[in-house]
Each structure stands twice: as structure tokens, then as C-alpha cells.
Design a protein around this ligand. Structure first.
Ligand SMILES: Nc1nc2c(ncn2[C@@H]2O[C@H](COP(=O)(O)OP(=O)(O)O)[C@@H](O)[C@H]2O)c(=O)[nH]1
Ligand SMILES: [Mg+2]
Length: 444
């Protein structure tokens, strides 16, 4: 996420960080660089212009010039302005007043509405609500099927009907929710490949009658400024209350994220970070700004920890990775953590050192994980610590003991070596992640 923009901004800002005295020329050069970086990241032109105007003004002000570390002060100003750009404070769904609360997702086809509907319901259920999913997409026969399938996979409740009038469907779903005690109804709606009058009228009509408390535009962050253009068109016709950014996991540039709140004035409520129903994160402007500026996202990490991932273990592994004292036992621990978390690479990405490094080598495919664990279990402690002692006959014994084949053992050793090599490349960067986390009050 945000690899490209993060790297570029980091370059620019790290030059500034060390600057003790800022003069006109160095500030102008830094701002020029910043401007280029943002435009390359596909941030809306007007947004870039406004941002730089404010940063310039503040950087020339007393708060920066009088400080002992003007370079760092400029970085701080950029960070603060970026937080504002991303919406300022974290916003949430409107879930007050009479139930059932209604959430309606709108947007272009392929943006991720159906997926997001399921993700949102799961999130709501986790926080104690009882959501009912319903599809109002009567145009594509497969659409309702897709939602029903996703709901079933995650044991979510879905309203099923084969009616073909979205308005009637919507009313029936709300009635059903009322009767069966669901306090939230999440509507997935039809989308088109491009802006389409019929679709828009249909959505506008439903909104007029149902008056949903939440009308959320689902924006594909990979669609670039097109996504920003279409949200504006939707916003003219529909009383949008917020946006959800999808596919942020694949977005290296961050252009949509950094433009959409500023252009529409709407809060970004959530970010989709993967295809699974769990892959939805609350959108925290300050944390995202830190992530984009390469400062790491320690708070999100801590939340993950509270969800049951052993962060101490993860941080220890990270440290060993960096010190290149990573052993097969660590590798097994990492695999165990992955079962809880999804993937180690995602976890590492949240730490400053993990940014911009291809972590794929560290994450064996799901099917491999169980046999990897079994193989490591079948090794002696000596073998785990000194892989070079594993010769052909030991290899055969390990395969037999773990119920795998010799080539599986070899594959594990190879993958492990790749991971270790990658670690060497990472070298020693920045501080100890454990210390870093203690600094923000985590652990002891
Ligand atoms: N990687 C990734 N893929 C996503 C995300 N959200 C949706 N998708 C994928 O995008 C595609 C379109 O999603 P869908 O929900 O059907 O879009 P809709 O047409 O707006 O309903 C599917 O292949 C989804 O798996 C996300 O946050 N990350
Ligand atoms: Mg859909």
C-alpha cells in the first residue's frame, strides 16, 4: 500500500529532516519536489496546489523558522496538512435514531460494492449489531447470487427475493429486518461501467423514498482521478454521507485517497485492503498520513494485537530478521502467527522497516503452511538451528516423520533461505520495533 508515493515523499522529506537552517531556496526546492511527488502519485491538481500553498505559508511562519529543527518542523507541517486532506478526524457510520438503520452502497461496477457490503456487515456484527444484507441489483442475475454466496461464506444473514423492482425489494428487506430483529440493513446496489442515467435515477428514487441514514460511495482507489470525477457526479444527484476506498492493498500511489475527501468534503469511513470479508479497516486520517510519509502505523498494529495477534512475537521476529539471526523456529512461529493474522507480510508492512520491501518470500502459500509446520516439527533442535547438517538421509527421515515428500522438505529449506537472504538486504534500519511500541505505550 502506498509504496510509490511513500518512497518519493520520504526522499524529499528526509533531505529536509536534517536541515538546520531553512532558506528561501531550500524551501522552494523541497516544495517543488513535493509537488512533483504528489502529481506523480495522481493526486488531484487542485488539491496539490492548495496543499502546497498552505505548507509554504506555514513553513515561512515563525513556528518553523524559530524552531531548533526547522527541517523537522516542515515535515510536521506536511504531516498535519496531509491529515486534514485525508479528512481530519476519523468518521463513523450514522447509526442513531430508529432502527433498522439503513446503509446504501453506491458506485460504479467493479468498484467493490458487493464485497464491501459483506465486509461492512461482518464489521457491524463484530461490534454487536445484527445486520441484514440485501441486494438491489436487479439488472445482473448473478449479482444477487454473488452477494448471497459471500454472505453464506461468512455466515451473514441475507435477504433473498427474486422480485425485479428494486424499490419493492428494498421495502421488503426493511420489513423483514423489522420483523426479525435486525437493527441494520446493508443495501448493495447496481452499478454500471460508466455513469448511467437510468442507474442514477433508480438510486435517487430509492434514496428519496427510504431516506437512508448512510449513502456511501464506494470508490476504487485504482481507478485514479476517474474515481474522483465520478464521485462528484454521484454527489450531485445523491445525498452522499461518506465514502469507502477499496483495493487500497494494491494502490501504490495513493492519489484517490489523497484527493477524494478534499474534493467532495465527504469523510472516508473505511478502507478495503484485500478480497476477504475481514479485509476492511477503519480509516484513520492521521495514521494513513503517517503511513504515507513512511512513519509506520504503530496504532493500527496495536489494534491488530488486540484482535489476537501476538505483536511481541511479531516484533521479535522482525528484530531477528533484521539481525539475520532468523531461525527455522522463528519461521515456524511466523507461520503460526499467519494463521491468526492472514499474512506476516501485511503485519510487517505496518512497521517502518517493512515498507517498500517485497515480503512475498516470507509468506508461504496457505496450503504449504500446515506441511511446513509438520516438517519443522520433525526436525531435531540441532537440525533446526544448523540447516547445513541436514543431509540426504536426514532429509529422508524428516520427510517420513512429517508425512511429506523429500521435495517438500527441500522446498521449505529453499523458501527459508530466500527469506533469510531478503533479511540480509534489509540490513539494520531505524530503531528497535519493540522499543518503538513501548514508546507509544504498548506492552511494558
Ligand atoms: N484486492 C482487493 N480486491 C477487492 C477489494 N474490494 C473488492 N475487490 C475485488 O474487486 C472485484 C469487484 O468487486 P465487487 O464487489 O464485485 O464490485 P461491484 O461490482 O462494485 O459490486 C472483485 O474481484 C473483488 O474481489 C479490496 O479492497 N482489495
Ligand atoms: Mg456488485
Amino acid at each position: 500500500m502506498f509504496e510509490q508515493i511513500s518512497q518519493r515523499l520520504n526522499q524529499t522529506l528526509s533531505m529536509l529532516r536534517g536541515v538546520v537552517r531553512i532558506d528561501e531556496a531550500s524551501l522552494a526546492a523541497a516544495l517543488r519536489d513535493l509537488r512533483l511527488a504528489l502529481l506523480e502519485a495522481d493526486v488531484n491538481f487542485g488539491v496539490v496546489k492548495d496543499l502546497l500553498g498552505v505548507v509554504r505559508e506555514r513553513a515561512q511562519g515563525q513556528e518553523v523558522l524559530d524552531s531548533l529543527t526547522p527541517g523537522q518542523q516542515v515535515v510536521k507541517v506536511v504531516h498535519e496538512e496531509m491529515v486534514k486532506l485525508l479528512g481530519g478526524t476519523q468518521a463513523s457510520l450514522q447509526l442513531k435514531g430508529a432502527t433498522p438503520h439503513v446503509i446504501m452502497l453506491v458506485g460504479l461496477q467493479g468498484a467493490g460494492k458487493t464485497t464491501t457490503a459483506a465486509k461492512l456487515s461482518q464489521q457491524l456484527r463484530r461490534s454487536g449489531h445484527s445486520p441484514l444484507l440485501a441486494s438491489l441489483d436487479v439488472h445482473r442475475p448473478a449479482a444477487r447470487e454473488q452477494l448471497a454466496q459471500m454472505a453464506t461464506n461468512s455466515s451473514l444473514q441475507v435477504f433473498v427475493s427474486d422480485g425485479d423492482d428494486p424499490m419493492v425489494l428494498a421495502r421488503e428487506a426493511i420489513e423483514k429486518a423489522r420483523l426479525t430483529g435486525h437493527d441494520v440493513v446493508v443495501f448493495d446496489t447496481a452499478g454500471r461501467l460508466h455513469l448511467d442515467k437510468t442507474m442514477m435515477n433508480e438510486a435517487a428514487e430509492i434514496v428519496k423514498v427510504l431516506k437512508p441514514g448512510n449513502v456511501i460511495y464506494v470508490a476504487d482507489s485504482l481507478a485514479g482521478q476517474d474515481a474522483v470525477t465520478s464521485v462528484s457526479v454521484f454527489h450531485e444527484r445523491l445525498p452522499l454521507t461518506g465514502t469507502v476506498l477499496t483495493k487500497l492493498d494494491g494502490d501504490a500511489r495513493g492519489g484517490v485517497a489523497m484527493s477524494i475527501a478534499a474534493v467532495t468534503g465527504l469523510p472516508i469511513l473505511y478502507a478495503g485492503v484485500g478480497e476477504r470479508t475481514e479485509d476492511l479497516e477503519a480509516f484513520h486520517p492521521d495514521r494513513i498520513a503517517s503511513r504515507i510519509l513512511g512513519m509506520g502505523d504503530i496504532l493500527t498494529l496495536i489494534e491488530k494485537a488486540q484482535e489476537g495477534v501476538d505483536i511481541e512475537v511479531a516484533a521479535k521476529i522482525e528484530k531477528r530478521l533484521r539481525d539475520a539471526t532468523f531461525t527455522l523456529e522463528d519461521f515456524r512461529e511466523q507461520i503460526r502467527q499467519m494463521n491468526k493474522f492472514g499474512s506476516m507480510s501485511k503485519l510487517l508492512e505496518l512497521l517502518p522497516m517493512g515498507r517498500g520491501v517485497d515480503m512475498k518470500a516470507l509468506a508461504p502459500a496457505e496450503g504449504d503452511m500446515r506441511s511446513f509446520s509438520a516438517i519443522i516439527d520433525s526436525m531435531s533442535v540441532e537440525e533446526r538451528r544448523h540447516l547445513q547438517t541436514i543431509d540426504r538421509s536426514r532429509c529422508r527421515r524428516i520427510a517420513k516423520g512429517s508425512g511429506t515428500r523429500i521435495q517438500d522438505v527441500n522446498r521449505l529449506l529453499k523458501q527459508f533461505n530466500t527469506a533469510r537472504k531478503l533479511m540480509k538486504k534489509l540490513g539494520r534500519q531505524r530503531g528497535d520495533p519493540l522499543d518503538m511500541m513501548r514508546n507509544v505505550g504498548f506492552g511494558r
